[in-house]
Structure formats: C-alpha cells, structure tokens
Design a protein around this ligand. Structure first.
Ligand code: NOJ
Length: 552
C-alpha cells in the first residue's frame, strides 16, 4: 500500500532546531528554464507570470530556492545567455514589476530566488559592445578583447568557439577581430580592464538590492584569457565523429588564465556584501573531484559558496563509478566548503534518458536527495521527463543548428502540467514540440498517483527537510559494498539513516544486520513508494532498481 505519497512529515528540521546552517546548505535548489516552464500570455514561450502561477506547485514540492535561467533583455541568439542589458527584463518574460512581484510572492512562501548571471560575455547588441566596436579609439574599445588579423589576414590564433567555428570574428569597420568563446553574438568581456569589473558588479548589485538571494554565475572559471593569445594545443583524447568537434583543441590558453581565482574572489565580495546570499559558479565539467577544490578558496566564503559539481553528470551510470566518485568528492571538499550535486540542467541530456529509464531515475533521485550536499533539481526531472527528439528543421538551439546531433533542445522542451492540449504549458503554439509522454507523465496525473516518481520526489524532499542526518549529517559509506549497490549511513548527533541503493535490475537480499544492536531498522521510504515497514537488516530485501531509506 502506498503510504508516503502526500504524507506530511512531522519533525523539526535543522533550522527549526536552531542549528546554524544557511538555507543554501540545507535546502534543495530547483532550476527553472523560464522559456519552457509556464506560458501565461499565449505566445508559446514561458514567462514570469507563468512562474508566479506555479508557485503553489513549487511550494508543495518542497524545494527551497528557484534558480531562474536568464530573463534579462536579450536578442536570444543563445536564449538569454546573450544579454543586451543586465538590468532589464526581456519583454518576452514580462516587466521589472512582474519580477519584483515574483520575488515578493516567492519570499512570502519562504522560497528564495537565484538569478543566472552571465559575466563572461554580453550580447553583440549590448550598448557597451556597440560603443566598443564603433571605433578603435572608443573609450569602451578595451572592454572587449580585440586583436589584429594574422599575417595571412585570418583570425589571430586557433581558438575555437564552443558552438563551432573560430572564436574570432572580424569587425569589418575597424579591421580587427573580437573574441567570443561562444557565438559571434556573444563577445567576451575583458576582465583585465577595471572599468568592466565595476560596471558588471554594479549590475549585480542592482539585483541584490532588489532582494535576489544569490547568483548562478555562468562559465565563471573561464573569464580570463591568455594575454599573449597563444594557440591552444591539440586535445590528445579527442575522437572524431564521437566527440563534439569543438573539443579538438585543449582550451588551455583561451580561458581560465592565471589570476582567475583572484577575479572570482572579487565577484564573491560583491555577493557577500549582502547578508545570506549565495554564489554558485558554473566551472568546467570536471570529473576529477580534485579539480573543483581550488574554487572554494583557501578559507570560508572566500571564493565560491558552491562551485558546481558536475561529477555525477559525467559518470557512467553504474554503482561502482558513482560510488567511487561520491566517496572521493565527499572526502576532498575542504572543511570550510560545502558539497553539491546535480543530475541535470538545460545543457545536458535528461537524467531519465541518460541512466536508462524512469526506474533508474528514481534511484538517482534518492541518491541525489540523500547525499551530503546541496542538491539541484532541473525542472521536469521530478516527473521523469526524458529527452525529446527534435527534427533538425525544428531545432532552435544555436549549438544544434551549427552542429547537428548536438542540440540541447532535447532537454529544454516544455514542462508537463496536465494531460490537456500542450500539457497545460501554453494556449498558443509551444516554441519547442512536447514529448508524447506528457498525457501520462505530468504534474496533475502524477500528483494523484501515490507511487509516481513525482510523489517520490515530494516524499524525499519532505523527509529530508525534517531529518538533519540527511542534510547536515556526515556521510559514511559502508566498508563492504556489494556489487551493483551503494550503501551509506548519514549520521547526525542522535540520528542515523541507512540509504541502500540497488543499481541492478535484479532483486537481492543484503545483510547489513551489524548496523543496529537488534539487527532491525525501519524502512521509511522506498523508490517504489509502496512500503513503510520494520525490516530485519540481516535480510534486507531490495527489488530491481529499488532504493530505500532506513531509520536505524
Ligand atoms: C553555459 C550555459 O549553461 C549555456 O546554456 C550557455 O550556452 C553558455 N554557458 C554560454 O553562456
């Protein structure tokens, strides 16, 4: 019988117990891709009014904060990651008043708002760039990175853009190339110029003053470039046909030059001048935990609060690799730092598609929400949404247009609210096609089903909130890990929880009887959402792909 579906967990969380932990350590952060969340005006594109309509849902779900992908004024060459005014809301999403109301309503419900900030580059239509390109002696010329053509008249060096082609575009009028690590419509700012820093920080303060609770900082580790503009060396691991063509060179000079940590620390000072705000930095897709450590800085709050850990995103889905990664990462995060985990975002394939299906996605959810560290959930993950194949002629993503087969649209399709036309997302024509799974996998249907994956997320989020062991508790992997499983205990003074995850499709019985004196425990949650019972830990039974949380 389903027991936990709409259960109101009773108990006190870390904050209620008066323990000193900032919200961004105990809470779960939910990423909204505004274009695809909820449309409120029938233009087929999600907007701020739509997000406000769905605050009830987000509050019910039990997340602590909403991270909004960019909503600034933008020509949308890269769907908002090309900002033409950092202090304006794009009319497509609404007005500044809509934004202020969203913040006020979210705060009234105890939800925080985190903005995506894109400091590495602006839009080519930002007034700063229009001025910079107007003449070689314009006072803002040096706000961007310019170089003369090489001896043959071509680009200054071999750097490539992430979305294909050279990272340089010739400005015909002034005869120099400008640098853009992404699209030609996204010129890179020059952070060696102090005026740039001041201008960008002022724009960040504009939002901090309006009450936003922090920033997710786009490609923050890639903002400084080699002043000598040296050529990038070839990438020995690159495999033609298999890999994204832009990975053919190692980006050792085109980004992340020495001095980057000091620069990030200056950004951090801007954020930390305000009480209780968080900085989350998008750093390279590191699979080695050691590479993430320097971004915490050398003491508390010096650099990033949460250097994004994309480790899980990059691992192959099997118990051993996931386990090894988690254990290594948890051990290496410095004592003044705080871990974080994420399974998906608007750039990566959908979690359920990557791990083999919805049953495995449930297991991944239990892992994510029971590890030590801030968890991020990407919209729709909680419904088990999968990639949606987009015919090439309908592809919208510039990366997918330039490099067929690499479109990120597959993960950006509209949210499924109900089984009505267009899943309740819009009354107009949705900007991307919807998944044909939406009549079954949508918020309304899944909320009514006590064993759905949405009910599982809801239960995990609720249980996590009232269980300090799962938020602030230490993580102790069991010494003996059976094949195809990951077992750990989360421990906080006065409480212990076992998490047992069966990565195999086969049922199995595990002996973990030594965890309690009487060899028993209480199963409080199962990924199948159908059991809550006392268990003999010497014969703990798990079905295929089942995970359980056990009170010890
Ligand atoms: C990372 C963002 O997540 C991605 O969507 C964007 O295209 C690039 N940065 C460029 O801003």
């Amino acid at each position: 019988m389903a027991r936990n579906a709409d259960r109101q967990w009773k108990g006190k969380g870390v904050t209620e117990q008066g323990l000193d932990a900032p919200w961004w350590k105990t809470g779960v952060i939910y990423q909204i891709y505004p274009r695809s969340f909820q449309d409120s005006n029938g233009d087929g594109i999600g907007d701020l009014g739509g997000i406000r309509q769905r605050l009830d849902y987000l509050e019910w779900l039990g997340v602590a904060a909403l991270w909004l992908s960019p909503i600034y004024e933008s020509p949308m060459a890269d769907f908002g990651y090309d900002v033409s005014d950092y202090t304006a809301i794009d009319p497509m999403f609404g007005t500044i008043d809509d934004f202020d109301e969203l913040v006020a309503e979210a705060h009234a419900r105890g939800l925080k708002i985190i903005m995506d900030f894109v400091p590495n580059h602006t839009s080519n239509l930002h007034r700063w760039f229009l001025e910079a390109r107007s003449s070689r002696d314009n006072p803002k010329r040096d706000w961007y990175i310019w170089a003369d053509p090489n001896a043959r008249g071509g680009p200054p060096n071999n750097w490539m853009g992430y979305f294909g082609g050279p990272a340089w575009t010739l400005d015909e009028k002034t005869g120099q190339y400008y640098l853009h690590n992404f699209l030609p419509e996204q010129p890179d700012l020059n952070y060696r110029n102090p005026e740039v820093k001041e201008a960008v920080w002022d724009d960040m303060r504009f939002w901090l003053d309006r009450g936003v609770d922090g920033f997710r900082l786009d490609v923050i580790d890639r903002m400084l470039k080699d002043p000598q503009l040296r050529n990038n060396p070839p990438n020995p691991d690159f495999v033609q046909q298999r890999d994204n063509p832009t990975q053919a060179l190692k980006r050792v000079y085109s980004e992340g030059a020495p001095g980057i940590h000091e620069l990030i620390q200056e950004f951090q000072q801007v954020v930390k001048a305000y009480h209780d705000r968080v900085s989350i930095g998008e750093i390279q897709y590191f699979s080695d935990p050691e590479d993430m450590v320097p971004f915490y800085g050398e003491s508390e709050s010096i650099e990033l609060d949460l250097p994004f850990n994309f480790g899980l995103l990059l691992q192959h889905w099997n118990a051993e690799t996931v386990r090894n990664f988690v254990v290594a990462y948890d051990a290496i995060v410095p004592s003044w730092g705080w871990p974080n985990y994420v399974w998906g975002n608007h750039d990566q394939h959908r979690l359920a598609s990557r791990v083999g299906g919805k049953a495995q996605a449930r297991l991944a959810a239990m892992l994510l929400l029971t590890l030590r560290g801030t968890a991020f959930v990407y919209q729709g993950e909680e419904l088990g949404m999968e990639n949606v194949e987009i015919p090439q002629e309908l592809v919208q993503d510039p990366q997918g247009k330039n490099m067929p087969g690499f479109t990120r649209d597959v993960t950006r399709t509209p949210m499924h609210w109900n089984a009505d036309v267009n899943a309740g997302f819009t009354t107009g024509k949705p900007w991307l096609p919807l998944s044909d799974e939406y009549p079954t996998f949508n918020v309304e249907t899944e909320r009514a089903n006590p064993t759905s994956i949405l009910s599982l997320y809801h239960a995990l989020l609720g249980y996590r909130k009232i269980t300090p062991a799962l938020t602030m508790g230490a993580l102790h992997p069991l010494d003996e890990q059976p094949d195809n499983a990951f077992l750990y205990v989360r421990e906080y003074p006065g409480e212990r929880r076992l998490v047992a995850l069966n990565f195999s499709g086969e049922a199995r019985t595990l002996n973990v009887g030594n965890l309690t004196p009487d060899h028993s425990g209480r199963v409080v949650l199962s990924t199948a959402m159908d059991r809550e019972e006392n268990a003999d830990l010497m014969t703990l039974h798990l079905r295929g792909y089942e995970g359980v949380v056990v009170e010890l």
